[in-house]
Design a protein around this ligand. Structure first.
Ligand code: GDP
Length: 299
């Protein structure tokens, strides 16, 4: 995961300077928080998210208890850490996937073309199959036969089944066929890979919404490319208006862009980040853990 390296370097140097001070005045803390603010903005964290973070952190950090404590700098670091964890979705255990008590569980994958949606469908299939779930993958990308074949190849790599391709069927028809196959053949999980487009597009959205209606998914995940910065945040907001999204997957966390958009995602959309894509390989998917990410940023 390199996405947060630059931010991590910046924050580490702010806090190193602060630790060198020993006793801290309110002014020292103000100054450090100003630098944290600039670091977050330069990392591309959305402005309202930064504002809220800094207001809260400042309030906590300028309390008497911090200033009078033996190691005030450590307290400020702890407050920043807690603020980052909160920004990333709070204290709970990583949420993982919600599986239906009534199999087959349907997982609907949505996102722009190129976001890593199909690859992520394969990664999830591998993950679930390692948990001994019987998984069926089905591609609904009727306009791109290559995408259908790509999903079939990923299924083979993951050691799971994919729905046989029948040329000429519409996406809703494939969905119905996939649901029936999953029910009749005793699959635990059906992963539906909807068609993406390169830009936000009404036809893509309404097709995905229709598929969601037909298939009643337990999880509707939006896959977004973390390297596209605030565009990824805008994409997530637009999809969330049209689809009953239950979570986010951020891909290319192994790339070294600015990680701030990823940090803003949860606060802006209210949706939990469930997984991070960390390589092109089929096992390159990590369960998202707010503590782990905050720890890396301040590490
Ligand atoms: P789709 O059009 O959204 O289905 O995108 P694909 O799944 O075809 O992925 C597009 C490209 O991104 C492929 O070359 C993938 O191997 C690559 N990719 C997907 N996820 C990740 C990731 O987490 N990290 C890296 N480095 N590459 C990824």
């Amino acid at each position: 995961m390199h996405l947060f390296d630059a931010l991590s370097d910046r924050l580490t140097s702010v806090f190193d300077r602060l630790s060198g001070r020993g006793v801290l005045s309110e002014k020292d803390i103000d100054e450090a928080m100003r630098e944290v603010r600039v670091a977050l903005l330069e990392a591309d964290v959305a402005l309202p998210v930064v504002r809220q973070f800094i207001d809260k952190a400042k309030e906590r950090a300028t309390g008497e208890a911090v200033i009078r404590s033996v190691k005030p700098a450590d307290q400020v670091i702890k407050i920043t850490y807690d603020g980052l964890v909160e920004m990333l979705g709070g204290d709970g255990e990583p949420e993982g996937l919600r599986l239906s008590a009534n199999p087959p569980t349907v997982i609907l994958m949505s996102g722009l073309q190129g976001s890593g949606k199909t690859t992520t469908a394969g990664k999830l299939a591998l993950r679930l199959s390692k948990e001994r779930k019987k998984v069926l993958l089905a591609s609904l990308d009727t306009r791109r036969p290559a995408a259908m074949e790509q999903l079939a190849m990923l299924a083979t790599q993951a050691g799971v089944d994919s729905l046989p391709i029948v040329p000429g069927q519409s996406a809703p028809d494939i969905t119905r066929r996939a649901l029936q196959a999953a029910r009749l053949q005793g699959y635990d999980v059906l992963i539906l890979d909807t068609a993406g487009r390169t830009t936000l597009d009404e036809a893509m959205m309404s097709e995905a919404a229709e598929i969601a209606k037909i298939s009643n998914p337990s999880e509707t995940l939006l896959v977004a490319d973390a390297l596209t910065g605030q565009d990824a945040v805008r994409t997530a907001k637009a999809f969330h208006e049209r689809l009953p999204l239950t979570g986010l997957v951020l891909t290319r966390a192994d790339g070294d862009g600015r990680g701030g958009a990823a940090l803003s995602m949860r606060a802006v959309t209210g949706l939990p980040i469930k997984f991070l894509g960390v390589s092109e390989k089929i096992d390159g998917l990590d369960a998202f853990d707010a503590h782990r990410v905050a720890g890396r940023i301040l590490g």
